[in-house]
Design a protein around this ligand. Structure first.
Ligand SMILES: [Ca+2]
Ligand SMILES: [Ca+2]
Ligand SMILES: [Ca+2]
Length: 257
């Protein structure tokens, strides 16, 4: 076999590995698992990397590349209040932000066929949206759609339904798109809580530095999801009885019946 052919064959798996890593995937290491209301639970995922502009790039009119963020999933067994916190390991060079969506991509059920910007149906769908030409499928502030290779029509697109977002800092770092919920302090940390119905959710984490879009360096962060326990109806009833008892005692002490 000619040496060039051999070289190409040896490089091919490497290239496909790079492409695969850029697809919308949910490996076990990025699954926070199932939360229920019966047990308070906090799950932290460390060792994650992302580019410092990927979230902010998805706030503008031409969207952002789906491969410039990190995708996570979690499942709620019932309606819960969920707190999400992201810490950058390099705040001087990457400020974090995240968006939360109801629903998951195809890769959640078919890891061999994940969604990505370059899939034919994704491209046809983005073209159908008209001007401006979209640079990718990721929309940080609204519901968006994306497809995988087996998709043959728009009916095969998955829909990630926007639930909310939070960004570290101010418009000085995340840019001028209207409606961004910045925490006002560009310190490498952002947190927010959401009341959510039961279901499966996609958490997208990316950099909130809009003006650094030529910086391809991946930087580290830690993501934490906590189920905030709701006061149970039994607890509320107990608190009600307790306050009733205190009122009675006060009335007795003051000679009232
Ligand atoms: Ca953009
Ligand atoms: Ca861009
Ligand atoms: Ca902050």
């Amino acid at each position: 076999m000619p040496r060039l052919t051999l070289l190409c064959l040896s490089v091919l798996p490497f290239l496909s590995a790079i492409t695969a890593s850029a697809h919308l995937t949910y490996p076990a290491a990025r699954d926070f698992g199932v939360f229920s209301g019966t047990v308070p639970r906090t799950a932290t995922i460390t060792g994650q990397m992302t580019k410092n502009f990927g979230w902010a790039d998805g706030t503008d009119a031409d969207f952002g590349h789906q491969d410039d963020q990190r995708y996570f999933k979690f499942t709620l067994g019932e309606a819960l209040t969920i707190s999400i916190s992201i810490s950058s390991l390099d705040p001087a060079n990457m400020l974090p932000a995240f968006s939360l969506y109801s629903g998951v991509g195809h890769a959640a059920t078919d890891p061999n066929n994940p969604d990505y910007d370059g899939a034919s149906i994704t491209q046809q769908y983005l073209t159908s949206l008209g001007s401006p030409t979209r640079e990718g499928a990721f929309d940080a502030l609204h519901t968006w759609k994306i497809a995988n290779d087996p998709a043959t029509s728009f009916a095969d697109l998955v829909t990630l339904t926007y639930m909310g977002h939070a960004a570290d800092g101010t418009s000085a770092n995340y840019g001028l798109a209207p409606g961004i919920n910045g925490d006002g302090l560009a310190d490498g940390f952002v947190t927010a809580a959401f009341q959510l119905p039961a279901g499966a959710y996609t958490l997208v984490v990316g950099g909130a530095n809009y003006t650094t879009q030529t910086d391809a360096t991946a930087r580290g962060f830690t993501a934490t999801v906590s189920a905030v326990p709701e006061p149970s109806s039994a607890l509320l009833a107990a608190l009600g009885l307790l306050s009733f008892g205190m009122i009675r005692r006060r009335r007795c002490a003051s000679g009232m019946a």
